[in-house]
Design a protein around this ligand. Sequence first.
Ligand code: NAG
Ligand code: NAG
Ligand code: NAG
Length: 218
Amino acid sequence: MVQLSTSVCLLGGFLGLCLIEPILTSLTPSSMCTPLRTLNDSLSHRRRYMKHYFPVNYTIRVHQREVFRLSNISRMRSKVKGVEDLLLQRLWFQVNQGVLKKIIRVMPERHPSRPYTAELEQRFRDAEGVFVQSHPAEVFQQELPETIQDIWDYLTEEPDRVPESSWRLAPPKSLLDNLYQTMFCLFSGCFAGEEAQQNYCGVSHWKKGRKKDLRPES
Ligand SMILES: *[C@@H]1O[C@H](CO)[C@@H](O)[C@H](O)[C@H]1NC(C)=O
Ligand SMILES: *[C@@H]1O[C@H](CO)[C@@H](O)[C@H](O)[C@H]1NC(C)=O
Ligand SMILES: *[C@@H]1O[C@H](CO)[C@@H](O)[C@H](O)[C@H]1NC(C)=O
């Protein structure tokens, strides 16, 4: 199987097909930046809607693979052969689509955070639409590295077939923190601040801001 796809790739290479991929995967298409910045705007209100409007220590049940943090990204980048940003971006969309659905599902119709979360999900889907459009369709048909394929299979498994041991309890705010931080890491091209080369993928970058985050709110 692997040999087959390699030779297809070599043949494609002659036609320039294989060249498309490394070029595209190394950058975030600029068309992604508008929807992602919109998403960032929504996410800046996550503390209020995901914490204050929920009972203290409230958690929801998610698949363990839906806990997708910066540490997962650095681990995959160093351990999984052939993992490119584009793959991680696809995984990011897949994971967080499930996360947002699960958060919405626990909220009654008249929960004060419901309109916020519905809008967030809509903005997320808009970003995903642009993401899909801005890459050639072949990119999404590529065979995934085995480790990533395994994660993908877990994520798309029917919930009632997921073993009890694979569920985790997580506060909704922390799930959105993960979504937020990994977004800056994986799409850093859209979020360059005054310091041109901010390392959004580093855990230390986010720890810096923690003090402010812990300040009691009025
Ligand atoms: C993200 O959104 C917040 C709130 O609107 C804004 O203050 C911040 O500058 C945005 N960050 C980036 C990198 O665009
Ligand atoms: C919330 O969790 C913290 C830390 O586990 C605990 O100290 C606190 O008592 C909990 N609060 C409530 C209301 O359960
Ligand atoms: C991220 O790492 C944690 C363990 O630290 C693991 O439970 C989780 O499944 C990983 N997420 C993904 C998407 O692989």
